[in-house]
Every structure is written in C-alpha cells, then in structure tokens.
Design a protein around this ligand. Structure first.
Ligand SMILES: [Zn+2]
Length: 141
C-alpha cells in the first residue's frame, strides 16, 4: 500500500512538471505516454453518459478520452481531468482506501490546467467553490 501510494505521487509529480512545459492538454497527453505506459488518445463525443462533460476508458493498448465539444478551455479542462483519472490510477483495481476519485481528479485536473494555461484559465472554468477558495487563499500569500 505504501509503495503504491509513492508510485502514485511520483507519477502525479512528474505529470505536473511536464504540464508546465506544454501548451495544450493534447500536447500533455502525447508527452505522458511513458508515464502512463501507453498512448492516450482523445476525441470529441456528442453523446455522453449522464450529461457529463467527458469520460476516459482503458482499451487494450491505449486510453481513450472523450469530451463534449464546448469551449476551448472547457475542453482543455475536461481532457486534463480525465488524464488525471488515468495518471492517478483510477482505472486500475481500487484499493480499500476511501478516496473520492472525482474530487481527486478534479483537483489534479485544475492543477494541470493552471500549469498548462495559467490561472486565468482556471478562473474562467472553475465552478467549484472549494477550488476557488483554495485559489483565493493561495493568491493571498
Ligand atoms: Zn471524473
């Protein structure tokens, strides 16, 4: 369990570092291949389950991210949120630890969005009051 958590933190750290050198979510997906262990592809999908903005799925030799075609930054956020699910290991067998995977992917997705597109992108896409509060407290430092 301890080892697994370390591995997850390592991948999280390296993806975030990589994100600062990318200009788009798509570029980050391309550069994340060695971290993820296989390619990550993305495509717009008009029909999505339960009105969600996106999804990710593990296929035989790659991951697929589907997103609702909306505005550029919303799409960027959706792709990064889904990439978060992939890198955080949410597609692998769950361990017994109680974690809110949606919240974890959302928080990480926003960190990636800020790394790739800056805080302006974060502010214009954030709908989460706890994320906004965290941003406010960071900005007041
Ligand atoms: Zn999600």
């Amino acid at each position: 369990m301890f080892k697994r958590r370390n591995e997850k933190s390592r991948r999280e750290y390296h993806l975030l570092k990589l994100a600062y050198r990318c200009q788009s979510a798509e570029e980050l997906c391309e550069k994340a291949v060695s971290l993820v262990g296989c390619p990550v592809y993305w495509k717009p999908c008009r029909v999505l389950l339960l009105g969600k903005p996106g999804f990710s799925a593990k296929k035989a030799s790659f991951y697929l991210i589907g997103y609702k075609p909306t505005t550029y930054l919303s799409i960027q956020h959706t792709i990064l949120h889904e990439l978060g699910h992939i890198v955080l290991g949410h597609h692998e067998a769950r361990d017994t630890e109680e974690i809110d995977i949606e919240q974890e992917a959302e928080d990480f997705g926003y960190q990636l969005l800020v790394a790739v597109h800056g805080v302006g992108a974060f502010l214009s896409t954030s709908k989460n009051p706890s994320v906004a509060a965290r941003y406010e407290s960071l900005m007041s430092l």
